[in-house]
Design a protein around this ligand. Structure first.
Ligand code: NCD
Length: 331
């Protein structure tokens, strides 16, 4: 059986934690077939014709929301976008009521972004549709981790054995959490780096023994980046940091934790530079590096569409192998 034919034994995509390495590889392999589709003049396949995908976004988003919408449309599904500003939760409706009302309209997939950790899992308990987590609070952002892995695999050939540095606001980053879990499951070594005030103690063990052996904490960016194959920078999640400030000011943060050309010279000469966006230029990364020859930041965005197509296909589509279900076929 090829990986493309392997069954995907999950009803929802709520996080990386419940997935096995084989599940991650299944999505990555499938996404490569969809990347080829993006190079064709007609970028659409009929796979999800007649299916309905609701994008339910309670937090601001540019990349992720557009990416899911394009992914659904390229699979010929009907995509409906609901943003919190225009939804009834602002009128006091509970999340479960919103979900059940949407369900009464029979969508096949609900893609959820929410400020509360666990919100997509709660919705999944109350609806029949497949639920995809598009980022929940500080918990997980599984499709971001998958698109990051797809990008790394494309540029580096494989993920096992790589040294990946993740630098920034680790504490509030769902991208970091999902990334650590996915990279460790696929055999990379992960170095997480932040000021001590933004690096939760015990982060190495978030995936149990599987991550504890593969993840190390660093408090100096030059040490974290030394010899790394991949350098992933993260934004300070100001909107999630309440109470006392965690560092003196952004200038000082940039000086001690920002990625400059000098810091990047410590990495492997063929290291790639990544960032999930949105970038705060001059804070966690200088523009010369974000746009420099090692940067694959826009490639991450392109691969995001293919990865989300793969997720929608596996969770919302006909069983693989069913008539007309060919991922790359049709016009
Ligand atoms: C990230 C997110 O929303 O968690 N962005 C994204 O999905 N591309 C990271 C961030 O907001 O800094």
């Amino acid at each position: 059986m090829t990986t493309a034919e392997r069954p995907f034994p999950h009803r929802h995509l709520l996080g990386i934690a419940p997935l096995a390495a084989a599940d991650l590889e299944r999505i990555l392999d499938l996404s490569e077939r969809f990347v080829e589709l993006h190079e064709r003049p007609i970028k659409k396949v009929p796979t999800l014709r007649g299916r309905t995908v609701i994008n339910l976004f309670f937090e601001p988003s540019t990349r992720t929301r557009v990416s899911f919408e394009i992914a659904a449309k390229r699979l010929s599904a009907d995509a409906i976008n609901v943003s919190a500003a225009g939804s009834s939760t602002g009128k006091g409706e509970t999340l479960v009521d919103t979900a059940q009302n949407l369900m009464a309209m029979h969508p096949d997939v609900i893609v959820v972004r929410h400020g509360g950790s666990g919100a997509p899992a709660l919705i999944a308990k109350h609806v029949d549709a497949a639920v995809i987590n598009a980022g929940d609070g500080t918990h997980e952002h599984p499709t971001q981790a998958l698109l990051d892995c797809a990008t790394i695999r494309h540029h580096k050939g494989q993920i096992a054995g790589l040294e990946v540095a993740i630098v920034g606001d680790i504490e509030h980053s769902r991208v970091a959490r999902s990334g650590i879990l996915a990279l460790a499951k696929l055999g990379a070594r992960v170095r997480v780096c932040a000021p001590a005030t933004l690096l939760p103690p015990g982060i190495e063990g978030i995936g149990g023994e599987e991550t504890a052996a593969r993840v190390r904490s660093f408090y100096r960016v030059d040490e974290a980046v030394e010899g790394a194959d991949v350098v992933m920078m993260l934004r300070i999640q100001g909107e999630r940091i309440g109470g006392a400030p965690r560092f003196a000011n952004t200038r000082e943060y940039a000086r001690f934790f920002g990625l400059t050309e000098a810091v990047l010279r410590r990495a492997h000469p063929e290291a790639i530079v990544m960032h999930p966006g949105p970038i705060q230029r001059g804070v966690e990364i200088v523009p010369e590096v974000a746009e420099g020859p090692r940067s694959v930041i826009l490639d991450q965005v392109s691969r995001g569409v293919a990865v989300r197509m793969a997720a929608l296909y596996l969770l919302g589509g006909p069983e693989p192998g069913a008539e007309g279900a060919g991922a790359g076929g049709g016009g």
